[in-house]
Each structure stands twice: as C-alpha cells, then as structure tokens.
Design a protein around this ligand. Structure first.
Ligand code: C5P
Length: 247
C-alpha cells in the first residue's frame, strides 16, 4: 500500500486572529503545519503534499524544508483538489489531514491506514458528541435537537482509496466548498467507515484551542507527535482512553 498524505494548510485562520496563516502559527516554537506533517510521517506516511496560500509560499518552504508544496484554492475543497492532482501516480491510498490538528497522535494515522488496508474505501476518525447539539433558524431560535447518541464529531486524517477520492472529486462542481472529504465521497454514494478518533487530534480554530495545545505540549512533551509509546490507555487528564471512545 503506497499512501500519500494531503495536508490542507491554505486557510487564512481569521478566527484565530493571529495575523498570519493559521498553519504558520507557532505551537511551542514550531508552526502548526510542521507538527501535523511530523505526525503523518511518524504514522508511516512517506509522501506528503501540502496546500499553502500562494502568497506565503516562501514562509511555508522555510517551515517545511523538503516538503512538496502546491498553491491552495479559495476553499478547503479547492486546496485538496489541487494536492490530489499533484500526488504521484503510484499512490493507491490518500490521507487528507488538516494542518490545524498539530497534536494528532501517530497511532490515529496508523488506525486509519489499517482500515484502508482491510479494504474499506473511505475511513474517518470520529468522537462522540458530549453536548446536546441543536439546529437554529436565522433568528437564533432552536428548530431541532437531533438525538445525541447518534451524533459524532468528525476529525482528520480521513483516508480513501485513491481511485475513489479522485472519482468523487471529478464529480464535484468546480466551485464546490465542503468542510471535509467524507462529505465528498458520500455525495458519490461511497460508504464511509468510522474508526475511533482521538481528543489530541483536536482542531486549533480559536485562541483558546491554542492555549489548550500549548498546555498539552507542556504536560506530555512531544510524545504525541513523535510516535512514542501511546498514552491513550492511561487516564490522563484531557486524554480520553480509546477503550472508552465509541464509534
Ligand atoms: O477553516 P477550517 O479550520 O475548517 O479549515 C480546515 C483546514 O483547511 C485548515 O487546516 C485550513 O488551513 C485548510 N484550508 C485550506 N484551504 C482553504 C481554506 C482552508 O487548505 N482555502
């Protein structure tokens, strides 16, 4: 199995308010995207392609020496599409990962790869929803509260048979703007398997997320991104044991 990882790093990160692309925001002195690339490598992925904002290509080249960079699109979907077009022909599976998930443990990467190796065409990591989750109308009034037990939070890396993902992207309109890739293949009728996600793969979106990530690095060192023995079966604060994470 030859895996290529696509890292979506071309977002502006305006919700983080850091004044630079979110992927370049430092966590413990290193850009978020460098952590994410390292997690993929530690999980066993040799080929990595990163979508970056065209205007900041130089800064990304400094942050990611030797890593293949492509100009991202106006949306995440456009950025993934550009990387997919640039991936080498011999890749038979593709992982798509957000640059904004710096502390993704390598074992999560391996879990997704393993399910792909078992023959599943599409695999996404998920976590249970702990808050009651509602839909609202334009006035902010609740319109529905779907039963929580069936809801999941979807993370990355998401894994796909390359042919399946490429065909699903080929079917999308050029201006499609979807928030993840499971949505892209589901639109093409492909069944998507879920595997247990990991709280450490949380996405950095707002300033408080960065505070949490800094605290995690301080308390656990760099183990999460370097493939050292898993901490997941221990009951550490903020780390949900995998045995308790439902699909
Ligand atoms: O905005 P959000 O946090 O959902 O973005 C998820 C990921 O998609 C981020 O890592 C971001 O850099 C990436 N992205 C991208 N190209 C865009 C917009 C977002 O690669 N045009």
């Amino acid at each position: 199995m030859h895996a290529v990882a696509i890292v979506a790093a071309a977002g502006s990160g305006s919700r983080l308010g850091a004044g630079l692309p979110k992927a370049l925001v430092p966590l413990a002195g290193r850009p978020l995207v460098a952590w994410s690339v390292e997690a993929l490598r530690a999980g066993g992925v040799a080929e990595i392609v990163v979508a970056v904002p065209a205007a900041q290509r130089e800064a990304f080249a400094v942050a990611l020496p030797g890593v293949r960079l492509v100009d991202g699109g106006a949306s995440r979907t456009g950025s993934v599409r550009a990387c997919l077009d640039a991936a080498t022909a011999q890749a038979d599976v593709v992982l798509v990962h957000d640059a904004a998930r710096p502390l993704t443990p390598p074992e999560l990467v391996r879990r997704v790869l393993s399910a792909l190796g078992d023959g599943h065409p599409a695999v996404v990591p998920v976590l249970p929803v702990v808050d009651t989750t509602v839909t609202v109308d334009d006035a902010g009034v609740i319109t529905d509260a779907p039963p929580r037990a069936a809801l999941r939070r979807v993370q990355t890396p998401q894994g796909f048979a390359r042919a399946v993902l490429s065909a699903a992207y080929a079917d999308l309109p050029p201006d499609a703007d979807l928030t993840d890739d499971a949505t892209v293949v589901r639109a093409a009728g492909v069944p998507v398997l879920t595997v247990p996600g990991d709280e450490r793969a949380a996405k950095v979106t707002v300033p408080h997320d960065l505070v949490l990530a800094e605290a995690t690095v301080r308390t656990t060192g760099e183990r999460a991104s370097q493939g050292a023995p898993a901490t997941e079966e221990r009951n550490e604060p903020g780390v949900e044991p995998m045995s308790q994470v439902a699909r």
